[in-house]
Write a protein that binds this ligand. Structure first.
Ligand SMILES: Cc1cc2nc3c(=O)[nH]c(=O)nc-3n(C[C@H](O)[C@H](O)[C@H](O)COP(=O)(O)OP(=O)(O)OC[C@H]3O[C@@H](n4cnc5c(N)ncnc54)[C@H](O)[C@@H]3O)c2cc1C
Length: 315
C-alpha cells in the first residue's frame, strides 16, 4: 500500500501553482491514494481549492493560530502527526521557500534522509533529480522501508487539472509545538506583474543593464508583453533589483515558454535556472558570451538600442 501526503504551499488564501504541480508529479507514482495537508490559521478556503485538484482523495486542514504565517518549526510537528495518523509511505513538498524550509525538518524528525528537486518519476522509489547546478541528472533509488521525504521541482511538471472533488476534513492535532521560534515580520514585494516562478513569459536583465534606474527599460518591455521580470545574481548583488528576482541555481528555477535576457553572460549557475525554458532569446553585446551557446535566438547588440527598437516594433 503506498499513500502520498502533499504539504500544501499557499499564501494569502491562494493555493500555489507549485502545489498543483506537486499533485501532478504524485500522479506519476501510481500510488493507492494522494492526500493534501493544509496548515493555516483557517484553512477551509485553501482546502476547497486543493480538493478540486484531479487525483486527490482527501484534503485535511489543520487550523491553528501557529500557522497564521508559514514557519517550518511549527509546521513540522503537525506534519509528523498527520503522517503518523494516516500511515503515509511518502510525503512531498514543493521546491518553494516554504517547502525547502519545512521538508528537511520533517525528514529530521522522522530520522530519514530526504530527496530534493524530483524532476522525473520512474517508479515509487526511483527518480531523476538535477545535480552539479543542473548540468547532470542523477537517477536515484530510495529505500522502501521508511517514509520517503522529497521536494518536487515545479519547473518539471504541469499543474494538475482542477476537475476533482476530494473529501475535505478538519484535522485536529494535539502535537506540542516548540516555542523557540516566533514570527517577526514578512517582507513581500507586491507586484501587478505575473509571478516569476510560474509566468509563461519572463524578461531578465543582468549586470550589463548597469543600474537600478536602467532596469526601468526591462520592466517597461516586460509590461508590454505581459511578462514577469527576473535578474542574474550579479544584478541582484549590485543592488539593481531585490533578491527574490534572482534566477538560477541559488535563485528561482523557472520554465517559461519564452525567456528573453539582456546583458546576461550565461554562467552555468544562471543557466541552471532556465534549463526547462521553452524558447530562449539572448541579447548581449559580446558575440562570444556563453549565453549564445544555449539561446534559440541570439542578437549581438547593445541592449539600450535593441530594447527601444523592440518596443517600437511591438507598438
Ligand atoms: C555558488 C554560486 C551560485 C550562483 N548562483 C547564481 C544564480 O542563482 N543566478 C545567477 O544568475 N548567477 C549565479 N551565480 C553567479 C554566476 O556565476 C555569475 O557570476 C552571474 O550569473 C553573472 O551575472 P551576469 O551574467 O549578469 O554578469 P556578467 O557575467 O558580468 O555578464 C554581463 C554581460 O552583460 C553584457 N553587457 C554589458 N553591457 C551590455 C549592453 N549594454 N548590452 C548588451 N549586453 C551587455 C556583457 O557582454 C556580459 O556578457 C552563482 C555563483 C556561484 C559561485
Amino acid at each position: 500500500m503506498s499513500t502520498i501526503l502533499i504539504i500544501a504551499d499557499h499564501s494569502r488564501g491562494a493555493l500555489s501553482v507549485a502545489t498543483r504541480k506537486a499533485v501532478r508529479c504524485a500522479a506519476d507514482f501510481c500510488a493507492d491514494a494522494v492526500d493534501i495537508l493544509v496548515l493555516a490559521e483557517d484553512g477551509a478556503d485553501v482546502a476547497a481549492q486543493a480538493a478540486r485538484l484531479a487525483g486527490v482523495r482527501r484534503v485535511r486542514h489543520v487550523d491553528h493560530p501557529a500557522h497564521a504565517h508559514p514557519m517550518a518549526a511549527t509546521a513540522a510537528p503537525h506534519i509528523l502527526a498527520a503522517l503518523e495518523d494516516g500511515g503515509y509511505s511518502h510525503v512531498l513538498g514543493t521546491n518553494t521557500s516554504f517547502g525547502k524550509d519545512v521538508m528537511p525538518r520533517v525528514a529530521a524528525l522522522l530520522g530519514v534522509a530526504m530527496l530534493t528537486d524530483l524532476m522525473h518519476v520512474h517508479g515509487r522509489y526511483q527518480f531523476d533529480r538535477p545535480t552539479y547546478a543542473g548540468n547532470a541528472v542523477d537517477t536515484v533509488v530510495a529505500p522502501e522501508d521508511r517514509v520517503l521525504v522529497a521536494t518536487v521541482r515545479a519547473a518539471s511538471f504541469e499543474p494538475a487539472a482542477e476537475n476533482g472533488a476530494a473529501a475535505i476534513e478538519n484535522f485536529a492535532v494535539a502535537a506540542e509545538l516548540p516555542g523557540h521560534t516566533r514570527f517577526v515580520r514578512a517582507e513581500e514585494h507586491d507586484s501587478e506583474r505575473p509571478d516569476l516562478g510560474t509566468a509563461a513569459r519572463v524578461v531578465t536583465g543582468g549586470r550589463g543593464v548597469g543600474s537600478e534606474q536602467n532596469f526601468g527599460v526591462i520592466y517597461d518591455l516586460a509590461d508590454r508583453i505581459g511578462a514577469a521580470v527576473g535578474a542574474s545574481r550579479a544584478a541582484v548583488d549590485a543592488g539593481y533589483v531585490p533578491n527574490d528576482m534572482q534566477v538560477g541555481q541559488t535563485g528561482k528555477i523557472i520554465a517559461p515558454e519564452l525567456y528573453i535576457c539582456f546583458g546576461i553572460s550565461g554562467a552555468i549557475q544562471h543557466l541552471a535556472g532556465i534549463k526547462d525554458a521553452g524558447t530562449i532569446v539572448a541579447v548581449n553585446k559580446d558575440a562570444d558570451a556563453p549565453i549564445f551557446e544555449i539561446a534559440d535566438y541570439g542578437l549581438v547588440g547593445d541592449l539600450f538600442e535593441v530594447i527601444p527598437a523592440l518596443k517600437r516594433a511591438l507598438s
